[in-house]
Design a protein around this ligand. Structure first.
Ligand code: AHN
Ligand code: ZN
Length: 333
């Protein structure tokens, strides 16, 4: 079946081969020089299962057992998917004085290639539900806030391992310590210390100052944050438009080309201090953030930092729209 659909695509005159996307088959396409490009299938059921598994482990709050176990599992998964995996372990103190044992996880494909694309998400969970009306001091499931981006990136790793993109190497970084931040709209502002520039995004700040390879750089980066919500809409994020306008255009163009303009909306959203900001600031890598910050409600959604951020709000379709868009971008570089 795979072979038939591939052959069928190949025997068509080149001008007709725009996109042969036979049901569950990979996409076959040609570039400007008429080289055949095959984009692997993004399996949204698999991505969903990765999100579900993380949530089943319990909140991935730094310095807890679920955090350690999930970190071990993530490293193991990337290794079984053929990546070269490095870990960065470090300690930091949170704004509320808790010691955090943090771990950034870096999975590399084709590490010898000079032209690299960096894909990232945070994998930690917020230790409280400060926007909820009840059980505010309990950790959230973080199905969307954390697990969704990791689920998409694991599925990308699983799907690219067989036939890597020809033109680029890929690094997937899971940042830790993103979400234990000082939300000054609810919490007393705590002055910064120890060279930290924000109480959010500590993993990306650490990695930015201590990259896993000396002088590491990338052609560009794409950060995923809360990319699994039902009916999610991704507006263009403010820092992304400033630091990586051509990447914003590329990704939003691809999304509309493959039918996902309902998710990737061409409208300006607010600027958000997120991991991409520090990747750009410390490593000078242009990086965008795919994040559902709605300019109308000026929020990420009612689930955000509440106990509603559980599996009930996760959509396979949204995970699929983001994952397919990313794969298409990778295989057309
Ligand atoms: C701000 O809320 C300004 N930054 C953190 C963004 C975030 C929180 N992403 C996930 N949780
Ligand atoms: Zn959060």
């Amino acid at each position: 079946m795979k072979l038939i659909s591939k052959v069928f695509c190949l025997v068509l005159p080149a001008v007709l081969i725009i996109s042969c996307n036979t049901s569950k088959e990979k996409t076959v396409d040609v570039d400007a020089e008429e080289h055949v490009i095959t984009v692997p299938l993004f399996n949204k059921d698999s991505a969903y299962a990765f999100v579900e598994y993380q949530v089943s482990m319990g909140p991935r709050v730094p310095s807890t057992t679920p955090h350690v176990k999930t970190g071990d599992w993530l490293v193991h998964k990337f290794r079984t998917y053929g990546a070269q995996v490095e870990e960065q372990n470090f300690e930091a103190t949170s704004f509320d004085g808790k010691k955090m044992y943090l771990r950034n996880i870096i999975a590399s494909y084709a590490p010898e290639k000079a032209k690299r694309i960096l894909l990232a998400a945070h994998w930690d969970t917020r230790p409280f539900a400060d926007k909820d009306n009840s059980r505010k001091d309990e950790a959230i499931d973080g199905a969307n806030d954390g697990a969704s981006g990791v689920g998409v990136l694991l599925e990308i790793a699983r799907s690219i391992q067989q036939e890597l993109p020809k033109g680029v190497g890929v690094d997937i970084i899971l940042f830790d310590g993103e979400d234990w931040g000082n939300d000054v709209s609810f919490q007393k502002p705590v002055p910064l210390r120890d060279g930290w520039e924000s109480w959010w995004c500590m993993g990306s700040q650490y990695w930015g100052k201590n990259p896993h390879k000396p002088n590491y750089s990338a052609y560009y980066g794409i950060l995923l944050d809360m990319v699994g919500g039902k009916n999610a809409r991704f507006f263009t994020e403010g820092y992304s438009r400033q630091i990586a306008p051509s990447i914003v255009k590329k990704v939003w163009d691809v999304a509309s080309q493959i039918g996902y303009s309902n998710y990737f909306v061409r409208r300006e959203g607010a600027a958000i201090t997120d991991d991409h900001y520090f990747v750009h600031k410390y490593r000078n890598i242009p990086m965008i953030d795919i994040i559902p910050m709605d300019p109308e409600s000026d929020s990420f959604g009612t689930f955000h930092h509440t106990h509603n951020d559980n599996m009930d709000i996760i959509s396979k379709e949204t995970l699929g729209a983001v994952g397919e868009t990313l794969l298409y971008v990778l295989y057309h570089e």
